[in-house]
Design a protein. Structure first.
Length: 163
């Protein structure tokens, strides 16, 4: 059975596609890509159909990650097929939990940086959209740091399903 993870930010052109690309690479390196499906979406539909922000693409490619992406808006109906919904900041977390049709679905929503033990007080990944490339690089660092703990948690779930 496939384990499904969806990363969610505001417009699905900066943070969530970055997290999707990084986590997809981590899952592949761990040999779990045949058992884990990863995608992303935005809380809003402003950028539906657009590619990722060019700064996101540049930072991903400069660091060896794939960057193919088309933005879309998260839909409440997706909760039934997802195992884990990863919010990039507290605003996304609240919006997704309000959108969840059931309490069980709301419990599927987690903050990405909650998987980074070094991120104790500030669990938001700041939105780099209105800044320069340095904000996108900082975003990548935060995503990479949290991806290690997220991979461990997903691996535990996937291996638990096989048992």
């Amino acid at each position: 059975m496939t384990y499904r993870v969806c990363f969610v930010c505001t417009g699905n052109i900066c943070r969530s596609p970055m997290a999707e690309s990084v986590f997809r690479a981590r899952v592949a390196q761990a040999g779990l890509d045949d058992r884990v499906e990863i995608d992303s979406a935005g809380t809003g539909g402003w950028h539906e159909g657009d590619g990722a922000d060019p700064r996101t693409v540049a930072v991903l490619e400069d660091n060896g990650y794939a960057s193919g992406h088309t933005a879309r808006q998260f839909r409440s109906s997706w909760f039934s097929r997802l195992d884990l919904v990863i919010a990039l900041d507290h605003g996304h977390l609240a919006a997704l939990r309000r959108l969840a049709p059931t309490e069980e679905d709301a419990r599927k929503v987690r903050l990405l940086r909650s998987y980074d033990p070094a991120a104790v007080d500030d669990l938001d990944v700041p939105d780099p959209y209105y800044g320069g490339t340095d904000g996108f690089e900082e975003c990548l660092e935060m995503v990479e740091a949290a991806s290690t703990g997220l991979l461990a948690a997903v691996r535990e779930q996937v291996e638990g399903r096989a048992a």
